[in-house]
Design a binder for this molecule. Structure first.
Ligand code: GLP
Length: 244
C-alpha cells in the first residue's frame, strides 16, 4: 500500500483531489467510485473548485456510490442528499451518477439492480473512507469467512456505527437508520485503484489494523492489503499508531 502522510485535513483533501483530478484528465474511460461521510467532503469541495476553474469536466465520468441508508432519499441525511449538496449539484455530471435507492419497495431487488450497475462501470477509481471500527462502505466487522466475497447487499449497521453517525442526526441514535444497502467487499476489491482517506485520532487504530493487522472480516478494511493499487492518504493524527 502506498502511504501519503500529510499534516492535516486540508492537505489530505488537496492530495486526494490531485490524484482524482489527474486520473480524470488522463483517463477518458474512468468511473469514479464515491464515498460519503465527513472525510471526503473536502475532496469534493476541491473537485468543485477545479470544475469551476475549467480544469475538470464531469460530463464523461460516471460515478457510482458505495452505499445508501435505508432511508427516504429526500431526507437531508440520506447519502444522495449529501452527494447533491457536496458534488452532484455543482458540476456537469447531469444524471450520470449511481447510488442505491434506499427507499426501494423491494430492497433485495434493488441490491440486484445495483450489482448490474456496478458491473457495467469498469475502470473504477474508488474513494474510500473508513469507519472507526474498520468498516468500508457499510461492510461492518463480521465473523463470516465468506464476507470478502460479497456483492451489493442489505446490511445492518453495527452499534458503534450508529453511535458514530448519530452526529449527523442531531446526536440522536434513534434517528440513525439501522440498515443500508452497501456495495460488497468483492466489488470494492474489483476496482482498479483505491484511495483510502482517514483523518483524526479516532481512526488511528482502524488504520493500523487495516495496514498491519491480520487480514480478517473482523476488520473489513484489512482486505485492502490484498489489492494491488491502494493509496492511503492519512493525516498525522490518523497515522499516529503507524510505526513510521
Ligand atoms: C460511514 C460510511 C462510510 C464512511 C465511514 C466514515 O458510515 N458508510 O463509507 O467511510 O462511515 O465516515 P466519516 O468520514 O464521517 O468518519
Amino acid at each position: 500500500m502506498n502511504v501519503i502522510k500529510v499534516p492535516n485535513y486540508y492537505a489530505l483533501s488537496e492530495a486526494a483531489a490531485c490524484i482524482v483530478a489527474s486520473q480524470m484528465l488522463e483517463n477518458p474511460k474512468l468511473t469514479l467510485g464515491l464515498a460519503t461521510g465527513s472525510t471526503p467532503a473536502g475532496l469534493y469541495k476541491e473537485l468543485v473548485r477545479l470544475y469551476n476553474n475549467g480544469v475538470l469536466d464531469f460530463s464523461n465520468t460516471p460515478t457510482v456510490n458505495l452505499d445508501e441508508y435505508v432511508i427516504n432519499p429526500e431526507h437531508p441525511q440520506s447519502y444522495i442528499s449529501f452527494m447533491k449538496d457536496h458534488l452532484f449539484s455543482h458540476v456537469n455530471l447531469e444524471s450520470n451518477y449511481h447510488i442505491p435507492n434506499g427507499a426501494a419497495t423491494d430492497l433485495n431487488a434493488e441490491c440486484e439492480r445495483y450489482n448490474g450497475v456496478v458491473k457495467n462501470l469498469p475502470n473504477r477509481l474508488q474513494i474510500l473512507g473508513i469507519g472507526s471500527n474498520g468498516h468500508i462502505g457499510f461492510n461492518e466487522p463480521s465473523t463470516d469467512p465468506d464476507s470478502f466475497g460479497y456483492y451489493t447487499s442489505l446490511v445492518h449497521l453495527a452499534d458503534s456505527t450508529i453511535k458514530d453517525n448519530a452526529r449527523f442526526f442531531d446526536g440522536n441514535e434513534d434517528e440513525v437508520p439501522t440498515a443500508a444497502i452497501s456495495m460488497g467487499i468483492k466489488q470494492i476489491l474489483d476496482s482498479d485503484q483505491i484511495i483510502l482517506l482517514a483523518t483524526g485520532e479516532h481512526k488511528s487504530k482502524a488504520i493500523y489494523d487495516a495496514l498491519y493487522g491480520k487480514i480478517t472480516p473482523t476488520c473489513p478494511a484489512s482486505v485492502l492489503q490484498l489489492h494491488k493499487n491502494v493509496t492511503l492518504i492519512v493525516d498525522t493524527a490518523a497515522a499516529s499508531k503507524l510505526p513510521y
